[in-house]
Design a protein around this ligand. Sequence first.
Ligand code: AMP
Ligand code: GLY
Length: 429
Amino acid sequence: MKVLVVGSGGREHAIAWKIAQSTEVSHLIAAPGSEAWSSKIPFECWDCDLTNVSGLEALALKAKKENVELVVVGPDDPLSLGIVDIFEYRGIPTFGPRKEAALLESSKAFAKEVMESARVPTASYVQFNEVSQAKQWLIEADWRKSWVLKADGLALGKGVRVCESLEEAMESIDSLFEIHGKILIEEKLYGEEISLLGVCDGNTVCFFPPARDYKPVFNEQKGPNTGGMGVFAPITELNNESFFNQMKKEVFLPVLSEMKKRGVPYRGVLYAGLMRDPKTGDYGVLEFNARFGDPETQVLLSLMTDDLIPYLKAAINETLDSYPLQIPTQSGYAVIVMGASPGYPGDSKKGLTVSWDPSVALLGSLDAECFASGISKKEEQWVTSGGRVLGGVGVDESLSEAKIKAESHLKAYGFEEMHYRTDIAKESL
Ligand code: AMP
Ligand code: GLY
């Protein structure tokens, strides 16, 4: 089978790496992919423009002409532009939600409305289209609680501010309005964050192990939020049938059935960001992402023992009910530690020399030591070209050993001035 992976980051590197292990795949294409990847099977990178509909249509035409048989979409932007609708219109089987279903991520207000209708536990909220009304609301708010301000749209994980005081909220509000002209203010929830990803076919779900993502840029959860500085999985105490059954019954099936009722069946990875009190088990959904997480995917696919391709096909064909509730994984843990360029999550330094070696995550091999997120080639040198540059992965029976391996891989293939968190997978945070 000829498979096309859309995207170029670490998440797509991991998807391509895993897919290339499938006995069903004979040829792999990435659009645009990255020069930093290399493959055991025939592999090519296609130039493309994922930022607008005509670019996506051009890509679909090329995929049709080249007889691509399956497409897997990584990033949120093309999903929210309707890439799945565009490819399906040309008869190309495509894994990911259609535009209307991807609204679960691209509009926080839509996600809240769906959660309310589906009776999914989530934080109480108000929404505003006017800055002045939002400011007035904040002035009158009960500041014995903390409030979370969210821009209503995609913002690379940077459209959310958790505010402990009115002053903090007032400082953030204008810039958040600038992102999409609409904001949500919601009550702060407390507990431990969980990234729970499931493959969905519109009717049912198969879960990846629960993972912990470390969003703030610095150790001890300090500094601004990023796309994620590291992840470990599984969260041992939740990696059991009882938790998966609870989440299936209380979150995933109600949302899938609500989406179906609205005429927009959800097919693809649904990623629930949960906040859960470990003492009481009470939880709320913070957000939905309509895609694989980054860097959760690098870790989850490193643990997964089954072939990924049949799951993707079953999601498209609505036949996931014959697949296990828990996607089979090897025992032990996987950890990723992300290396970022100075300045991230703000403007980050580009062009720094990286000790990258493409063979450390050869597509189709069984072990990957690193995945490339923002590495490109300039005059025969590997250099930084993104904020998050690469992620070192470690897999081991012991969580602490997996973390040590992840860090040592990162350091071996990293770069001078690289910043990374040293407290990933420290469960006490
Ligand atoms: P979101 O993009 O909605 O997931 O928000 C990004 C991050 O902000 C989350 O991963 C949490 O760390 C934090 N966050 C968002 N909403 C809340 C909330 N209601 N209570 C506490 N923290 C939140
Ligand atoms: N790691 C968080 C995300 O993918 O949104």
